[in-house]
Design a protein around this ligand. Structure first.
Ligand code: ADP
Length: 334
């Protein structure tokens, strides 16, 4: 028994990656949010610096970082400082020895529209995987639909990461006459009409969902991963499991998303941000739902980021500041 745990301790991970969420930088004094929580708008940049220093100093350093969205705060827009604030955080990101995969959250859409984001450094889909496997079955990393921002990549033959766009269904980021904007309004209206007994607390403007086309793209990728015995780690801004959050921060169509990913044995974990208190749940199908604590609500004496070590049978999240450390075991068959 002791030998087994000793062996475990001596094991080297296949690779590691960093996690950080809700930096929400703005050149603005600390303030209380409408949820009566304290937000540290300027200090969040120092927190990002500290996280990058720590990752750069790790040996070996993490292969990449998943930045889970809301990199700058909505207040920048009112200050006319959206591009400047973005440049400030990206200047920090450039110091990192590893690439960042950026996810888009509601605050990206308060500051910019999709056309801007697509052309910006926050579009990291160029790191998508376009590899062909041994059977010459091609798996094109990027979705063919240009309107949503989702892609996948494989840093190790046994693992694949899928970045999903949880504002694909949304009333943020598109012009009011855009077909997908209208489609999103229609989704909410018809949900309210057809689900009279269900809770609609999460159908808020600052949440959104994954549209039908993206879901079918996801289904295809996950089918490929099931077949090739790859373990899938998903990441999106909005949480998708009601037990992994403390508030109403839940994707509009979380039930559809959960139903889909739980039907594929490849999915082992879903990382999200958005709910700054963080949360965790290991669902009935063995999928770990980790909601990362937000940098913006971390006092100067603390922080909120993590490094995940990936092994054959588990991941280990080493949390810093408000982020709890956790072992994330892969269930049998996952
Ligand atoms: N009903 C609620 N009660 C308390 N906090 C909530 C509630 N709904 C959402 N939140 C909080 O709102 C935050 C999401 O914030 P954010 O994306 O920054 O938008 P905003 O700036 O509009 O609050 C999360 O920290 C979440 O916990």
């Amino acid at each position: 028994m002791e030998e087994a745990s000793q062996e475990r301790e001596n094991q080297k991970p296949y690779f590691s990656f960093g996690l950080i969420a809700d930096i929400q930088y703005a050149d603005r004094s600390n303030g209380i949010s409408c949820w009566r929580t304290m937000r540290y708008y300027q200090h969040s940049l120092l927190h990002l610096q500290q996280a990058i220093d720590e990752w750069n100093g790790q040996e070996p350093h993490p292969r990449f970082v998943l930045q889970l969205g809301d990199i700058i705060d909505k207040y920048n827009r009112g200050l006319g400082a959206s591009e400047k604030a973005l440049e400030m955080v990206l200047a920090e990101v450039r110091r990192a020895k590893m690439p960042f995969h950026h996810i888009w959250g509601n605050h990206e859409f308060y500051n910019f529209n999709r056309d801007f984001l697509r052309e910006s450094k926050l579009n990291t889909a160029w790191m998508q995987d376009r590899k062909q496997d041994d059977h010459k079955e091609s798996l094109d990393g990027k979705s063919t639909n240009v309107d949503y921002y989702a892609y996948h990549f494989s840093p190790h033959s046994k693992f694949r990461f899928i970045v999903v766009d949880t504002y694909d269904l949304s009333v943020l980021g598109r012009r009011p006459d855009d077909p997908q904007h209208l489609n999103s309004l229609h989704y909410v209206e018809s949900f309210i009409q057809n689900h009279s007994g269900s809770s609609t607390n999460h159908l808020l403007e600052f949440n959104g969902g994954i549209g039908a086309e993206q879901l079918s793209w996801l289904d295809e990728i996950l089918t490929y991963c099931d077949r090739h015995r790859e373990k899938v780690i998903m990441a999106g801004h909005i949480p998708i499991h009601p037990a992994a959050i403390r508030s109403h921060c839940l994707a509009w169509n979380y039930k559809d998303i959960l139903r889909l990913i739980q039907s594929h044995q490849s999915v082992v974990c879903y990382f999200a941000g958005h709910d700054h208190d963080g949360g965790y749940y290991w669902d009935s199908r063995g999928i770990h739902h980790v909601t990362m604590e937000g940098v913006i609500e971390s006092p100067p004496s603390s922080n909120a980021f993590g490094t995940v070590d990936v092994y054959e049978d588990r991941m280990v999240l080493r949390g810093k500041g408000r982020v709890k450390s956790r072992g994330l075991l892969f269930s049998d068959g996952r």
